[in-house]
Design a protein around this ligand. Sequence first.
Ligand SMILES: Nc1ncnc2c1ncn2[C@@H]1O[C@H](COP(=O)(O)OP(=O)(O)OP(=O)(O)O)[C@@H](O)[C@H]1O
Length: 250
Amino acid sequence: MNTEEATATQNLSQNDSRPLLEVSNLKVYYGQSLIVKDLSFKIFPGQAVCLLGRNGMGKTTTLKALMGLLKDCTGSITFNGEPIAHYPPNLRARAGIGYVPQGREIFPRLTVEENLLIGLEAAPAKERVVPEFVYELFPMLRSFLKRLGGDLSGGQQQQLAIARALVADPKVLLLDEPTEGIQPSIIIEIEEAITRIKQERGVSVLLVEQYFEFAQSLADYFYLVENGSLIMEGLTSQMDEEKVRSHLSV
Ligand SMILES: Nc1ncnc2c1ncn2[C@@H]1O[C@H](COP(=O)(O)OP(=O)(O)OP(=O)(O)O)[C@@H](O)[C@H]1O
């Protein structure tokens, strides 16, 4: 499927509704090096989209650029109908973009509760309380509220990082390799939680992954990134698995 056909299919699959997030011609530089080269993609409301690609292909850089964490970027980013490329990171978070960074980046010397309260800084002022649905998704967190973040297992820290992004009730959740270094049983729990976030809360998801099966079962639509450019896209259900895998294995 060529890019135009794939986009038409993506539109069709979403009843031609307006994209929640649309990125056009994104370029990101580290110094003189052009790392993300003219990337364009979109996410529709309630859709889960995956950026697939090997190590070092520019996926994390793309997510950081979406959050406003990198300065040397060009291109347009439209979120919920508003151009946001000029917004600082805090306003992007307030606008409804939740971010779960690679390696989780929870605060190890703060308690679980304190980590969650930091996430609430992105919530509207009147809603500064951890919503109940977060504990329903991750019941472990309620029992460990007073425990230090650094004392949780890797899988529990990942759940805390997702919860910290969710407390502000985002419209889209950016997840950077949530399965990295996590044991299989917890990966299943995380997959179930992300599916519920999407289905029950209507939150859109942008997932960066190298773990093919996880991406395939969660995402409705995929973009394959190589050296900072898109080389393939389409509905995950119609994905040419062998071809995609050949671009993922080293
Ligand atoms: N702070 C930085 N300064 C300079 N170059 C960087 C920096 N961060 C990343 N890079 C380079 O940019 C390229 C893309 O990295 P990026 O982390 O976005 O890739 P990725 O696809 O997310 O891979 P990974 O799974 O390893 O995170 C790589 O060549 C990397 O070495």
